[in-house]
Design a protein around this ligand. Sequence first.
Ligand SMILES: C[S@@+](CC[C@H](N)C(=O)[O-])C[C@H]1O[C@@H](n2cnc3c(N)ncnc32)[C@H](O)[C@@H]1O
Length: 234
Amino acid sequence: MLVKTETPGFRSLMYRSAWLYNAITRRLYDQDRKFSTIAMLIGKGPKEVLDLPCGTGYLMRFLHPAINYEGVDLNHRFLKRIRKKELKKRNIKLRRIILQQKNIFDFQNYQGKKKDVIVICDILHHIYPKHVELINIAKKIAHKIIICEPYVIKPKEISARDKLFKIIIFFGKYLPKFLLKIIDFLFLDNDGINTYNMRSQWNLSKKNLKEFYKTMGFNNKYRILDEYIAIWES
Ligand SMILES: C[S@@+](CC[C@H](N)C(=O)[O-])C[C@H]1O[C@@H](n2cnc3c(N)ncnc32)[C@H](O)[C@@H]1O
């Protein structure tokens, strides 16, 4: 099922193609280890899982088949790719899959009762300064929240798994800010929803991100390359 409500603005190349998004993020982060760890933390058996935002639906690849999955994202191209290709190609068979094209802050319309697990992955740095608001509303409708966020965002700080990307990032260090802003707009983290001026204010180091998780009541941190996973339980 696909429900549509809102249309975002201009997106970078990376956010125009789910294939490209996956190809790039797989070279920057350890996506398989990250999402299989999140799936392991969600656990097996029938559960209501809400993925905020679901992006290209990568998490679904690792979920137990008895799970009822609900994914929300404003990127219609990503959702379309999940529906048309991803589920079939990866042979993803979950008990129920609901995909909604809407704003993650639009909590009134989430389907049904309280969620067993809400996953908040790789989104806080996009929605700054509303990141605390998202976590607080999620706490009201979830028994458990699994959060995952990179502690390095600026291109020059990213470790990158892939040699080619390591080289690109190395030279990226020397680019002036205005050029980085243009590159971000056309090719990188411009999701068409959150502005560069806001996103670029997110600046949590490894220590600060750990501190932030702790302040918000999250525990059991797992480090995966440049990212930290943590858990909150009601
Ligand atoms: C970096 S991706 C992360 C996606 C997914 N959680 C993952 O880890 O692969 C960020 C996603 O957030 C979505 N997004 C950003 N702000 C949003 C909002 N306010 N409502 C819905 N989706 C949003 C973008 O469309 C994009 O797909």
